[in-house]
Design a protein around this ligand. Structure first.
Ligand SMILES: *[C@@H]1O[C@H](CO)[C@@H](O)[C@H](O)[C@H]1NC(C)=O
Ligand SMILES: *[C@@H]1O[C@H](CO)[C@@H](O)[C@H](O)[C@H]1NC(C)=O
Ligand SMILES: *[C@@H]1O[C@H](CO)[C@@H](O)[C@H](O)[C@H]1NC(C)=O
Ligand SMILES: *[C@@H]1O[C@H](CO)[C@@H](O)[C@H](O)[C@H]1NC(C)=O
Ligand SMILES: *[C@@H]1O[C@H](CO)[C@@H](O)[C@H](O)[C@H]1NC(C)=O
Length: 544
């Protein structure tokens, strides 16, 4: 398409949107902001940090990570339960020793690479691969995190709440009981299965003759699994590699989630008892075990009424809204962090340092262009009092409310309780991004670093500004902790993939699935607890 063809359309859109903008903007600024539009704290001071018990950023990051292998491998202890459907026609795979369709609940995989690990049997007769296709939309519940890893440390907490009313770490290997109890419980809600993740995604399917039909039942040769030779174990590697196809958004698309009925264990209104337990903990260690049993029972009741309810959501596309926020800020914050990282290396000259600070200042302004008002100028023309940045607060307000103001003004009555949680998550998250970025930008202005708001400053201490910026930005990015920033640096070579320690690979001192052929037993170290990315080979010898 040529640009001349497109241009009139763009111009039309632009004039339409500016016409639509004015009344909307007036509605937001012309009436007193409601509690919900003001975020968690009613004030807009640039020094108001989020409450220590706030979980909006955790809800934001977990919801943004649903069905994606990478973030759910990094943080195994899931905190979200979401109803969803598997569309008609979707293929599901089951590996087995017998050419008999099971009459009991069984595990199926979304990728044959995963089910093949269970295609076993004597070499003479081979093994069997059952391929099923959904004949109607299958109703499922999804447990996020590495929810199929048989670990006592928390990945199974949320499903235990559904199957047994509370986490039961001592029952991690009671998989037959778990699937039976989940299916028994789900019958009243016409649930067909439960979606979980380990090296790849799987579904605990309650009835292999209901809602699915047999596409094929193939007799395959049994391949060697090399359980003791990690360098040769291509079956284990390829299972994980298939999981990696779903690493980043949108993840495994064969499951379609209904976020309007999502339940989060980070919802502090449902689970206040977890607040003190999480205090001072890193996210790896967050658990549901330890919550007030009455709150856990209430969660299950809440889930049951949510499933029974036919209510429609507001129509807001939450997943896309979350993506918009991530897209607008993820790369830019990372770029500013990169520019500030060079602060570590003391610059050759003051001029060098000034130029680098000016580059940062421009990036900060670029992030805020849609919100910096014509009237946003420092009230004084001296930088004698850096603490008074109140002139920049309208920029903060616009930045922090832009993405949600229309939802607040037009849809808030239509929101389900889950959608209200999602709204608060976006509000709290954008509020903190905007607070920190606006404050950094305003400090840069006051230090005479912004050529578009020039201020006479006598000998600004640019080094001090850079150090403060770095502290603030690292604090923000640590608080957000977005998985999009977790990658191998430097990037992996063509023969490699970027890998996070993945259960059950290399969990020597953990109890493991007894029937899962395991590749290797590396050092007993902290890797399993705080998975860090590293490059591993994707063709043998693997070395993972
Ligand atoms: C809310 O703002 C006030 C006024 O600046 C501040 O004192 C207070 O600590 C803030 N509360 C929270 C929960 O952030
Ligand atoms: C969270 O912290 C704020 C201020 O720090 C406090 O006012 C509030 O009561 C706390 N909320 C809960 C549920 O503990
Ligand atoms: C599975 O579904 C089939 C077909 O709807 C039904 O006949 C059978 O009773 C179901 N099995 C169980 C265990 O519910
Ligand atoms: C900046 O440095 C920190 C600490 O060394 C590091 O974790 C981060 O990845 C770096 N960021 C960029 C964008 O280079
Ligand atoms: C500038 O700030 C740095 C870091 O805070 C400090 O070490 C240095 O002494 C300051 N320089 C001047 C000239 O004040």
């Amino acid at each position: 398409m040529r640009w001349v063809d497109v241009l009139p359309a763009i111009l039309t859109c632009a004039s339409l949107s500016s016409a639509a903008q004015s009344p909307f903007h007036a509605a937001v600024t012309g009436s007193p902001p409601s509690e919900v539009s003001r975020g968690s704290n009613g004030s807009w001071h640039l020094n108001d940090t989020p409450a220590a018990n706030a979980t909006g950023h955790l809800v934001f990051e977990t919801v943004s990570s649903l069905l994606q292998h990478w973030p759910n491998t990094r943080y195994r202890n899931g905190h979200t339960i979401v109803p969803g459907v598997i569309p008609s026609g979707t293929l599901l795979y089951h590996g087995t020793e017998q050419p008999v369709v099971p009459e009991v609940p069984e595990w199926v995989a979304t990728d044959p690479e995963h089910s093949h690990v269970f295609c076993r049997g004597p070499a003479q007769s081979g093994c069997w691969q059952l391929t099923l296709a959904a004949t109607r939309p299958l109703r499922v519940l999804y447990f996020d995190g590495t929810s199929a890893s048989k670990m006592e440390d928390g990945p199974m907490d949320s499903q235990d709440v559904v199957s047994w009313g509370e986490p039961k770490p001592e029952w991690v290997f009671k998989e037959p009981e778990r699937i039976n109890d989940l299916c028994e419980w789900g019958r009243q809600h016409a649930l067909d299965g439960y979606v979980r993740m380990e090296m790849d995604f799987e579904i605990m399917l309650c009835n292999l003759t209901s809602g699915v039909k047999v596409v094929s039942f193939l007799n395959l040769p049994v391949l060697p699994a090399f359980p003791n030779d990690p360098d040769q174990n291509f079956l284990a590697f390829e299972t994980m590699n298939a999981g990696h196809w779903h690493n980043r958004y949108p993840g495994d698309e064969r499951v379609q989630l209904d976020l309007t009925r999502l339940i989060s264990f980070y919802d502090i209104s449902l689970l206040p008892s977890l607040i003190p337990q999480r205090a001072g903990q890193e996210r790896w260690d967050h658990r549901i075990l330890g919550a007030d049993p009455a709150e856990l029972l209430a969660i299950r009741t809440h889930l049951e009424s949510t499933l029974a309810n036919k209510h429609q959501g507001s129509g807001v596309d939450w997943q896309t809204l979350f993506r918009v926020v991530i897209k607008r800020y993820a790369d830019r914050l990372e770029l500013v962090q990169y520019l500030l990282n060079s602060t570590e290396h003391v610059p050759a000259t003051t001029q060098d340092e000034y130029e680098r600070a000016a580059k940062v200042q421009l990036q900060l302004r670029i992030m805020l262009i849609p919100y910096i008002l014509h009237s946003s100028v420092p009230s004084r023309f001296s930088a004698s009092n850096l603490a008074d940045l109140s002139w920049a607060e309208p920029v903060f307000t616009e930045c922090a409310t832009m993405h949600t103001a229309a939802i607040v003004s037009d849809f808030v009555i239509a929101l389900t309780p889950s959608e209200k949680l999602l709204l608060r998550a976006i509000q709290e998250t954008t509020r903190e991004i905007c607070r920190v970025v606006v404050r950094m930008w305003a400090e840069g202005v006051e230090s005479g670093l912004d050529p578009y708001l020039p201020i006479e400053v006598e000998e600004p201490n640019v080094t001090a500004v850079m150090w403060k910026w770095q502290g603030d930005l690292n604090g923000l990015m640590g608080w957000l902790d977005w998985s999009v920033w977790i990658k191998c640096r430097p990037a992996c070579g063509f023969e490699e993939i970027c890998y996070l320690p993945t259960w059950p690979v290399g969990f020597r001192h953990r109890r493991r699935r007894p029937d899962f052929p395991l590749p290797n037993e590396p050092e007993d170290n902290d890797e399993w607890r705080r998975p860090q990315p590293k490059c591993i080979r994707r063709i043998e010898p693997y070395g993972f």
